[in-house]
Design a protein around this ligand. Structure first.
Ligand SMILES: Nc1ncnc2c1ncn2[C@@H]1O[C@H](COP(=O)(O)OP(=O)(O)OP(=O)(O)O)[C@@H](O)[C@H]1O
Ligand SMILES: [Mg+2]
Length: 467
């Protein structure tokens, strides 16, 4: 069933619902009509039988009763379908038509109303006991139902014959309607099929019908928008990555070509090789960073999670940070708590994150400046702050510092050798731990980078990691 086209399935459902509806209607209408016929006939019989009962009760004995019944036209005027018997079933009176139809004598003197069909004619028979001369008699009055039943039968036949035809017509209508209703879906499918990587900026035509189809087109357009953005980011990343790689490779090539142009002293060769080696180191670290981001994007960079004492982890990063700071005459302060701060995470990745921040702090702080590293636990998070008194970041650059290849001052960064990937990697690490990283800065005064990682056992309530 599920492999059938939707319009066929809708029509089939329509048919099934309609068929059930028709059948229910037929059965209910049939029984309701029959019930109402019985009710009308029963009321009539009740009215008439009271007269007969009164007459019987006026008589004094069997002989008078027989005589009265034979004589009294008035009694029989209401109905010629009357019979009276004693409780043993012996006839006192039986009208001619009643003899013809022949309903059986009652077995007991009890009020009842039944439908009988003794000689092929359906009869509604009302039975009523009556007292006369100290004896009980049983009066029976009947009404033939054949005309009514015939009409009922005709109704049933019409219903049986017309239902399939009506069902067929209604299903054909249903099919036509579902085709009409689903035609825009086919249109959307066709349009969506024509969109590929080459024309990702195309959008589906949105029908302004305020219905599911409008919502579907809008949702698909929203998805295309997100896909286009992701696609553009990847294309941009590839273009930036190749650009960043081309520059050092061109530089190494030039260095080698220049030195080979004429014979050089051993010292000159050594110096060039040393420069090339430096370029190579920078390039291979760039390649390593690019590969890490690519793995992070594809979800293949897995963290080795284990309980970590953040005091130790930050302390280890500070050892390297302090050495870096000292070579630039920058004072380095650590404000780490005595007691351990436990989190669940990957210690290598976290050390890398703090080194990225410390490296930046040293790089963007002039000599005689100060770097302060602090750690505290607050609101279920381990909060690490790296504060510097460096050049700071302009307000318009602040929202972009975590973007790949972003450098506030490209010329200066080139001197310091940065590709603008450090903070993007740092942000990925923080988010992969269910945490956040934020930057605050005042140009000329310094910057603060704050990393929040949920404490062990608090990951479920983690701070929103996406910014
Ligand atoms: N502590 C800081 N003080 C001032 N500016 C900063 C600081 N940290 C980052 N920035 C700015 O943010 C930019 C992006 O930093 P990021 O670490 O991503 O790149 P990078 O340091 O230039 O290069 P990489 O880290 O890849 O070697 C930097 O180029 C710099 O302009
Ligand atoms: Mg950096």
């Amino acid at each position: 069933m599920t492999s059938l086209p939707l319009r066929i399935r809708i029509t089939a459902w329509y048919f099934a619902v309609l068929a059930t509806g028709f059948s229910l209607f037929g059965v209910i209408a049939f029984y309701a009509m029959r019930g109402s016929i019985h009710e009308t006939v029963d009321e009539n019989l009740q009215d008439q039988i009271q007269g007969v009962r009164k007459l019987i009760e006026r008589t004094s004995g069997k002989a008078e009763l027989e005589h009265e019944l034979e004589q009294d036209e008035e009694i029989r005027a209401g109905s010629d379908l009357l019979q009276v018997s004693d409780p043993a079933g012996n006839w006192i009176y039986r009208s001619r038509t009643m003899t013809l139809y022949g309903p059986a004598a009652p077995r007991e003197a009890r009020t009842s109303i039944t439908t009988q069909q003794p000689n092929g004619v359906p009869l509604r028979v009302l039975t009523l006991p009556a007292q006369a001369g100290g004896k009980t008699y049983v009066v029976q009055l009947a009404y033939p139902l054949d005309d009514f039943y015939e009409a009922l039968d005709r109704f049933r036949r019409v219903l049986f014959l017309s239902s399939p035809l009506l069902l067929l017509l209604a299903s054909a209508g249903g099919y036509w309607l579902s085709r009409r209703a689903l035609a825009p879906v086919d249109q959307i499918t066709l349009e969506a099929r024509s969109i590929s990587a080459q024309n990702l900026s195309s959008r589906l035509v949105v029908p302004h019908t305020r219905d599911e189809l409008q919502r579907l087109s809008e949702t698909l357009n929203g998805m295309l928008e997100r896909l286009e953005q992701a696609f553009r980011r990847i294309t941009q990343f590839t273009a930036d990555a190749s650009h960043e790689l081309r520059t050092p490779v061109a530089l190494m090539r030039t260095r080698a070509e220049v030195v080979l142009r004429r014979p050089r002293s051993e010292e000159e060769y050594r110096e060039t090789l040393r420069q090339i080696l430096e370029d190579l180191q920078r390039t291979s670290s760039l390649i390593e960073n690019l590969m890490l981001l690519a793995r992070a994007d594809s979800g293949t960079e897995a963290l080795q999670r284990a309980p970590i004492n953040m005091v130790e982890c930050v302390g280890e990063a500070c050892l390297e940070g302090r050495t870096l700071a000292e070579t630039k005459q920058i004072s380095f302060l650590e404000e780490l708590p005595e007691s351990p701060v436990w989190i669940e995470g990957d210690s290598n990745s976290l050390r890398r994150l703090f080194l990225i921040l410390l490296d930046n702090a040293v790089k963007y702080t002039p000599p005689q400046g100060r770097i302060t590293v602090s750690l505290r636990s607050s609101d279920g998070c381990a909060v690490t702050e790296i504060r510097d008194t460096g050049i700071g970041i302009a307000a318009e650059d602040l929202p972009h510092v975590f973007e790949r290849f972003f450098r506030a001052d490209r010329a200066r960064s080139r001197e310091t050798g940065g590709a603008g990937l450090g903070l993007s990697i740092g942000q990925w690490i923080a988010q992969a731990h269910g945490g956040t990283i934020r930057a605050f800065s005042k140009p000329g005064e310094g910057s603060v980078f704050q990393v929040q990682i949920p404490l062990a056992g608090e990951e479920e309530n983690a701070v929103g990691s996406k910014q």
